[in-house]
Design a binder for this molecule. Structure first.
Ligand code: FAD
Length: 464
């Protein structure tokens, strides 16, 4: 492919100020936050649907591969490419907040935190809240089918998308879905775009369901345990007591020590910590949860007294991945998710693998969903250690599939998990489902220009 010619032609088509080849800019788009790297040849920063449509028409007719960039917080290599990057982060308009039909109509580049700040003024919120909400975009969160901290109560992004405006590979613009409480007209193509990782079309706008901000009190509890299993058992008992927390997060000593260092805080440290949001609807929820924590040997239990204290606890958890990255050479970020009743077995398994392979594995994540993320520490310059880390990941994935879990609860497949996706589909769903997915991809993108070589693409590689 002659990229020099493409740059010239795209500048004529879109304007000089939208097409970039400067080394410094290419650098910025060469790495996702999981450490996967590819160097793009050119970057287009679109500011409207028409820009996107023109670019896709051009790429289609010249068969040039293209990858959409939201904020680049992907942890699986889904967002890196050695071809064209289409950056939508300038498309940040909130077009409508509808407080009767309960939806927000937004452009794809809106950052989730920005959306929630605006919705707050109307007394509403968008519940799915990836820990990267302060960075990640609506388009990226939909394309990744993202989860988050509140998803234990509210479900993931898939449960909150009513409709999407999509630019197809051909450049045609379509809308899938309707901003309606009910709509049964046709196949649910809107949901097909959720979790499509930029392989089926470019999401340029979305109609997202929103919810009124709750009026009752939410109490944030911080609990410290000396044993991972005790924390795991507390999670199960909260559920069997029919309490649905608004947030139920787990983290360990390694993560908390890194976070305390990054924030200059001194939160009490144990082997395992739970951060729990309890909604005080009847007044009985908080005492019941406290009782469960005590019964499971929580050594310290604190209920945040002020909004500032509650916010600080949340920030410590939300930025833990970044804190850990600042104290390690490299980590492999795992995202397996197990049935919630197997959470204690899962925690035991991770500790067993840590001992077996002689590696530090730190755990933090959405324990209430069965989706705690193991972070496997390794030295990239030590090939033997890299091998051990990879083997630990293989064992973890196999364990998750065996117990009826999934290889990815929320981070998606990208280039990291292609082999594992096939394994899960083979074990749980039948390989015919993969063939069907590949036929759907072909129908949307006959020339395979949208984020090729990833996800369900058969010609895959797994190099970082
Ligand atoms: C600190 C940190 C915490 C995180 N916490 C969570 C968490 O709690 N839950 C969770 O689910 N994930 C989490 N993630 C992963 C990541 O943030 C989410 O997957 C996020 O939704 C990606 O959004 P983004 O805008 O950065 O997308 P990008 O990384 O830019 O892109 C991700 C994928 O979506 C595609 N894409 C982006 N925009 C569009 C579009 N408009 N149309 C079509 N395709 C598009 C890209 O091509 C790529 O395949 C975390 C990441 C970090 C770094």
């Amino acid at each position: 492919m002659d990229f020099g010619k493409a740059v010239e032609e795209l500048r004529l088509l879109l304007g000089d100020d939208k097409v970039f080849t400067d080394e410094e800019i290419l650098d910025k788009y060469s790495r996702d936050m999981g450490g996967f790297t590819r160097r793009p040849r050119l970057v287009v920063r679109a500011s409207c649907v028409e820009d996107v449509s023109k670019l896709l028409r051009y790429c289609s007719s010249h068969k040039i591969p293209l990858t959409v960039w939201g904020a680049g917080t992907s942890l699986t290599g889904a967002v890196v490419t050695d071809s064209v990057i289409l950056d939508l982060s300038a498309m940040t308009r909130i077009l409508k907040v509808d407080t009767v039909n309960y939806y927000a109509h937004v452009e794809a580049g809106v950052v989730l935190e920005q959306l929630n700040n605006t919705l707050k003024e109307y007394g509403f919120f968008f519940p799915p809240d990836p820990a990267s909400s302060f960075l990640c975009t609506v388009g990226g969160a939909i394309a990744e089918g993202a989860g988050g901290l509140r998803c234990v109560k509210y479900g993931t992004v898939k449960d909150w998308v009513l409709a999407v405006k999509v630019v197809l590979a051909s450049g045609d613009v379509v809308v899938f879905g309707e901003p309606l409480a009910k709509n049964r007209a046709g196949y649910n193509l809107c949901q097909l775009l959720v979790g499509s990782e930029g392989t089926l079309g470019v999401i340029v706008e979305a109609w997202l369901k929103i919810a009124p901000l709750p009026e009752f009190d939410i109490r944030r509890i911080y609990a410290v345990f000396d044993d991972w299993s005790d924390a795991g058992r507390a999670i199960i008992q909260i559920r069997t007591n029919r309490i649905v927390p608004r947030m139920l997060e787990f983290f360990d000593r390694v993560g908390l020590e890194a976070a305390n260092k990054m924030h200059g805080t001194s939160l009490p440290v144990g082997e395992a910590m739970l951060l729990i949001d309890v909604e005080e609807i009847t007044g009985k929820e908080l005492p019941r949860v406290l009782q469960i924590l005590e019964k499971n040997h929580a050594r310290v239990v604190r209920v945040a007294e002020t909004e500032e204290e509650a916010e600080q606890l949340l920030q410590i958890r939300a930025t833990m991945y970044l804190a850990i990255r600042s104290v390690t050479k490299e980590v492999m970020v795992e995202d397996v998710c197990v049935p919630i009743d197997r959470i204690v077995d899962y925690l035991d398994k991770v500790q067993e693998l840590s001992r077996k392979y002689g590696l530090t594995i730190s755990m933090n994540g959405h324990a209430g969903d069965g989706n705690i993320h193991p972070l496997i520490f390794y030295d990239p310059d030590n090939p033997e250690e890299v091998k051990r880390a990879e083997q630990a990941v293989r064992d973890l994935v196999r364990f998750a599939i065996e117990v009826g879990g999934t290889i990815t609860g929320e981070h998606g497949v990208g280039i990291q998990k292609m082999r594992e996706l096939v394994e899960q589909l083979e074990a749980h769903n039948g390989l015919e489902t993969l063939k069907l997915m590949q036929r759907i991809k072909k129908a949307f993108d006959p020339d395979n220009i949208l984020n090729p070589g990833k996800y369900i693409d058969v010609s895959w590689t797994q190099s970082r």
